[in-house]
Design a binder for this molecule. Sequence first.
Ligand code: 13P
Length: 269
Amino acid sequence: MFVNLVMEFRKFNFNLEVKMRKKVIAGNWKMNNDINESQNLVSGIINGLGNDDKCDVIVCPPFTSLNDVNSLIKETQVKLGAQNMYFEESGAYTGEISANMLKAVGCEYVILGHSERRTIFNEIDETINKKIIKATESVLKVIFCIGETLSQREKGTTNDVVRLQLIKGLQDVSEVDLKNIIIAYEPVWAIGTGKTATPEQAQDVHSFIRNLIKENYSSEAAEGIIIQYGGSVNPDNAAELLSQKDIDGALVGGACLKADSFLSIIASV
Ligand code: 13P
């Protein structure tokens, strides 16, 4: 009887902790949408959302649309994120954007370490780590992306790859700063391919990541951190993915470019 009561209490307590992690749905627009198209898309999202604030919603348009999108989301629950930044404050870095510039244009978030940055633009863990440190110092929240390629998964090295990316990316990041970091697990083979990780595959890696946070920080940090899944999330697969215990949200690419499909992913929370 007593044991049952204790178990019920633990279950209740656990549910309470899990519930405390509000889901976060972010749209990574990548290199899509000029200013006009961006305004149309974000207006569609705002209108469709109404007062629904079951989850946090972030949009990450290209740099050129940040200012105009910011004007439209000001009085709404939608938050603004950028897709990249450089770790220096200012100076002769042609083509780069600083953390303070992003903040000045209304960004609350920045995506860092996306696999497209890693593979197409040769970003390495050390650079990503410098960017994460600069962003958190500048009070920008980070969506930090990690994930394995298909060949790494086939070789059975998924956990090793994810562990290394996580440890290197978060080097010298304090537990206080970790509160401003969302981790996005995005298996590279699932990005833009229509091949989603099964809910079980995703849950396994998410739980592995949460354990890594526990080992390297604390149980409290592990319970609090938001871990999003990204990679071909769409209105048909979102609900099942988001119902997994350790999946706290989604980082959506292709399906966030139409207000309807982004809204139905949000509705599936
Ligand atoms: P897709 O949803 O198009 O697979 O892209 C995912 C992604 O890269 C989000 O950052």
